[in-house]
Ligand binder design. Structure first.
Ligand code: ASP
Length: 353
């Protein structure tokens, strides 16, 4: 992608699909595997976004040793939060438009129907752990910005620089490419391509689990949209949007264009669809269809063909231990540990790339 890429272009193309990718026919493709093993002592399950293979592995390991499912998924995503090479989550995440990393995270425990979240928190590597403290040590559901940082520090979290050199370089390339009329000059053309081009990646990790008692839990953690306005909060810390868990029905989470998810309360709605009898995969696809319908009403959210111009992926796990995922545009993968095997699996999708 050119360093002259605008933020608007980024929203279209950085979503891992973009308007061009949506040129394919609607697909309603089902994912390759449709598991239906019962939950229970042999029915441990962990489901995550495609960047979560190490998270599902870790969480399953803990579940097998009797860990609480929320502790298990948080320990799983901590691996990704700590990884400087995942530029969508925690340490090494892409920064806001001022070059500062701001993180969002939420957790929800089905057994107690309790949640906690932090939004736009700076300098704290593991916002998912802070979200759990919000749930356990306050009466609040969400603490944002400076207050979230102070809260974390009160509980002993160290203030750290989360901006890696790689993320700073990516931000600088974006900044220098915004205009030819300012005095932020892009580097000389003879630099290697990877230093001339802003990295337009973004993402999130969502991780859901069910334990041997049939208790469900989930976590979503992210650095959000890169180059976002300072203080912008996405769907990840909004319960019902980026994460929802109902211990009677199931759990759902999302990655993708957060504003659309906030507008559609997608995770809550997916759980409701499962409560009406849909499989996790059907529920994810049904919500994608609704989101695509609504996107047709908004000029900035669809291409000239009427298809959504943003990325969206949903993950779901029900009380029986059945799981599924679906993407607005596929094919795409998600990570599952089904108690036996930890692997990436094919998700379903609404439109084919
Ligand atoms: N949902 C995240 C947000 O909007 C971004 C992503 O999942 O890629 O902040």
């Amino acid at each position: 992608m050119s360093i002259k890429t605008t933020r608007r272009d980024f929203l279209k193309s950085g979503a891992a699909l973009g308007a061009a990718a949506l040129a394919g026919a609607p697909a309603w493709s089902a994912g390759a595997q449709a598991p239906s093993l019962p939950a229970g002592p042999s029915g441990l399950r962990v489901v995550a976004s495609a960047n979560g293979v190490r998270a599902t592995d870790k969480a399953m390991d803990l579940l097998r040793n009797g860990a609480d499912p929320l502790d298990a998924v948080i320990a799983g995503v901590n691996i990704i939060e700590d990884d400087p090479n995942d530029m969508s989550v925690g340490y090494g995440g892409l920064p806001n438009e001022e070059g500062e990393v701001e993180l969002d995270a939420s957790v929800m425990r089905g057994a107690t129907h309790a949640s906690g979240a932090v939004a736009a928190i700076k300098n704290i590597k593991n916002p998912s752990k802070v979200a759990k403290l919000v749930m356990e040590r306050t009466n609040h559901c969400l603490i944002a910005g400076e207050g979230a940082l102070k809260f974390a520090q009160a509980y002993g979290f160290p203030k750290e620089n989360l901006l890696t050199e790689k993320a700073r370089e990516a931000w600088l390339r974006w900044k220098e490419g915004l205009s030819e009329k300012d005095d932020w000059y892009p580097p000389a053309k003879d630099l290697p391509e990877n230093l001339r081009t802003a990295l337009m990646t973004y993402g999130t990790i969502n991780c859901l689990a069910i334990d041997g008692r049939g208790d469900l839990a989930g976590v979503t953690t992210t650095s959000g949209l890169s180059w976002k306005r300072p203080g912008r909060v996405g769907d990840s810390p909004i319960i019902g949007a980026g994460l929802y868990v109902d211990n009677v029905i199931g759990a759902a989470g999302s990655t993708g264009f957060g504003e659309v998810n906030i507008l559609n309360l997608s995770s809550f709605q997916i759980v409701q669809f499962m409560g009406q009898g849909m499989s996790p995969e059907q529920a994810c696809l049904k919500q994608l269809e609704r989101v695509a319908d609504k996107a047709r009403l908004h000029p900035r959210l669809h291409g000239s063909d009427g298809k959504p111009n943003f990325g969206m992926s949903y993950y779901a796990l029900n009380k029986k231990g059945e799981f599924g995922a679906a993407m607005m545009t596929g094919p795409g993968k998600f990570s599952v540990h089904d108690g036996t095997t930890n692997a990436l699996r094919d998700g379903a999708y609404l439109f084919k790339a």
